[in-house]
Design a protein around this ligand. Sequence first.
Ligand SMILES: Cc1cc2nc3c(=O)[nH]c(=O)nc-3n(C[C@H](O)[C@H](O)[C@H](O)COP(=O)(O)OP(=O)(O)OC[C@H]3O[C@@H](n4cnc5c(N)ncnc54)[C@H](O)[C@@H]3O)c2cc1C
Length: 415
Amino acid sequence: MPQDLIRPMTSDQADYLRDESRLIGQAEWIAFPETEQQLREILASCRRSGRPVTIQGARTGIAAAAVPAGGVVLSLTRLNRVRGMKQNADGRYVLCAESGVILSRLRKQIEDRHFAVSDWDEPSRQIFEQFRRDRTQIFTPDPTEATASLGGMVACNASGARSYRYGPVRRHIQGLRVILADGQTLDLQRGREKAAGRTLNLTTEQGGQLRIDLPTYALPQVKSAAGYYAADDMDAVDLFIGSDGTLGVVSQIELVLQPLPDQIWGVTCFFGEEEQAWQFTEQVRAAGETGLLALEYFDRQALALLARYKAGHPAFARLELPQRPFGAAIYCELQGEREDQLLEAVARLGRQMEHAGASPEDSWVARTAFDRDQLLFFRHAAPECVNLEIDRNRQREPSLTKLGTDMSVPNDKLP
Ligand SMILES: Cc1cc2nc3c(=O)[nH]c(=O)nc-3n(C[C@H](O)[C@H](O)[C@H](O)COP(=O)(O)OP(=O)(O)OC[C@H]3O[C@@H](n4cnc5c(N)ncnc54)[C@H](O)[C@@H]3O)c2cc1C
């Protein structure tokens, strides 16, 4: 075993035994590769010695998938460089980033148009010069928790509120580098490595041949993160996206950027009754509002929890909440080129609120980045309060844990 790369866990590394599920695992060893070569050596060594490996990104996952059950913790936090930039056939900018890059840091770099380009190749630097002069770009996936790593987002096919418009991470990934359990590497590009029907033949960069019989099931036509992605003639990258690290370690990711819309507004609509919020949502969806990026639902209990934490917890004191209690809230995010377009869209939302029996007066409109930050804080606070609640209750019942998941129900099947 490479002693310098895989070290015994120490007591001050207890954080690496848990993720946001609050489940605590155990492990004997830990490794922090800084290069793909080190990652390959670590995996090959673990394979030889039969040690199980738990891959960790930023440990923000809420399904305990990064919690070790013995063996080696493989933390990718130090594999965190942005390696270059190119343009794809559609003229979109594509960033090549290592999997440990944190989403919030990447967003800031894109917004500031500032990357450490000294070790980028010449074509990357040329594209970067163009990127700096071009209109502002955005990496659209937004899994709420911006401290997530890119590798974790790919492994979970993360989605979040804006997937209403932009879809999950999968749609924004052009290529992946994957390290297999024996240390061999795959370099996969969307459109290049494809299955024939349900059979995928891949060649590793070391010359190894892989024949993969893909699952034969038909994927449901609703949002789904269950099981491996499988479709006739599918792209190989899609098998690894959403595979939760079970097929290999993603070391590098090519992510596709979009031009930032000129205006993004957030509108939070409050309803006395949950039924009104459901009716409003159905209407808004049916109307097909073209600029709608996100629709997110807060039920009565979530709003009550926020109110309780605002009153009793200094970290939530700046949380903006309505003066009186409501039964539900819907957060709508809108994009547009011009202010008048967005004003019209907000007016349409107001009419739909009235139609659902609520008052447009009970809505907040965030038009500036500062206002939107307030709304983001509101959205992020709900799961954060749940986590604090779990921590508090664990003092009474240490075995308590939290398993967060999404459910997807077609509209016509809702009661
Ligand atoms: C407050 C809060 C809100 C959230 N809201 C959302 C939401 O709206 N939508 C959503 O989708 N998620 C949400 N999440 C969950 C989480 O942020 C995302 O799933 C995120 O993508 C996980 O990234 P991570 O780097 O933290 O991964 P980790 O938690 O470290 O790992 C998650 C899984 O990915 C695997 N993995 C990590 N890196 C790699 C890699 N490089 N190669 C292969 N496998 C890897 C791990 O083994 C594990 O199975 C939320 C979390 C919190 C705390």
